[in-house]
Design a protein around this ligand. Structure first.
Ligand SMILES: Nc1ncnc2c1ncn2[C@@H]1O[C@H](COP(=O)(O)OP(=O)(O)OP(=O)(O)O)[C@@H](O)[C@H]1O
Length: 249
């Protein structure tokens, strides 16, 4: 299977000492790769380093065979992302937002805008101003922007944040549909482990800035264990190892 993402030893330490340390993983074409971790685990920092939104202290991200920092445009040519989306312009309509964003992709046909609006379920609301949108509709608009360039790889940071149950279910269906019907590969971060279990085929677990476990969801679990139980057992293991290391020092 073709490797679309190769993250090697990515490290970023903020001045306060927190951040992400020595994270490595790979994502193959067709994967829905979930980066799971509690608040502050380092998910956003990692995704920002993978998309050039912040500079790594060490390590590299290779997308579609191109090293991100030295061949940025080639590496990002087929990537769409939604990372800590800034608030949309309240007085612009959904359509106008996408028209603005579409100026970055002159190679895309005009019809692409309506296509992505329909794909995210905003077709009927295209002329409405964003100030009247719910959180879920704003998330959908951000996803529509990420999809504008018809990317093969889509990177989403906490896409279901702030959504109600229906919104979460609809978003999940949308992602699964894009993966199934358009062959889109996803990297998705979330702190909602049940959601990750439902949607992802592969998962990496971040804790305190480190990737403590990764693999196929099916392989990480056996029939009795949920991903939540697996995560808690991993955390317990780490605590025991740390306590043991401290006691023999
Ligand atoms: N600009 C910054 N300056 C200093 N520390 C930061 C900065 N950004 C993030 N951090 C710290 O780095 C760690 C990782 O943060 P990050 O936002 O990447 O985590 P996260 O897993 O995305 O968290 P959340 O789920 O809460 O969004 C946290 O401890 C956070 O406080």
């Amino acid at each position: 299977m073709e490797t679309l993402v190769k993250v090697q030893g990515l490290t970023k330490q903020y001045r306060n000492g927190r951040g992400v340390r020595d994270v490595s993983f790979e994502v193959a074409r067709g994967d829905i790769f979930g980066l799971f971790g509690p608040n502050g685990a380092g998910k956003t920092t990692l995704l920002k380093m993978m998309t050039g939104l912040c500079r790594a202290d060490r390590g590299s991200a290779i997308l579609f065979g191109y090293e991100l920092t030295s061949e940025f445009e080639k590496a990002m040519a087929q990537v769409g992302c939604m990372i800590q989306t800034a608030d949309a312009y309240p007085y612009l309509s959904a359509l106008d937002h996408l028209k603005l964003a579409a100026r970055l992709y002159p190679e895309q046909p005009k019809a692409r805008i309506q296509e992505v609006l329909d794909a995210v379920g905003l077709g009927a609301y295209r002329h409405e101003k964003v100030k009247g949108f719910s959180t879920g509709m704003k998330q959908r608009l951000a996803l529509a922007e990420a999809l504008l360039s018809a990317p093969q790889l889509v990177i989403l940071d906490e896409p279901t944040n702030g959504l109600d149950i229906e919104g979460v279910v609809e978003f999940r269906e949308l992602i699964l549909q894009l993966a199934r019907e358009k062959g889109v590969t996803f990297v998705i971060s979330s702190h909602l482990i049940d959601e990750m279990e439902r949607i992802c085929n592969r998962i990496g677990i971040l804790n305190n800035g480190r990737l403590i476990s990764q693999g196929n969801v099916d392989e990480l679990l056996n029939s009795q264990v949920t991903l939540e139980q697996f995560y808690l057992s991993q955390i317990q293991n780490r605590k025991e190892k740390t306590a043991h290391a401290a006691s023999v020092r």
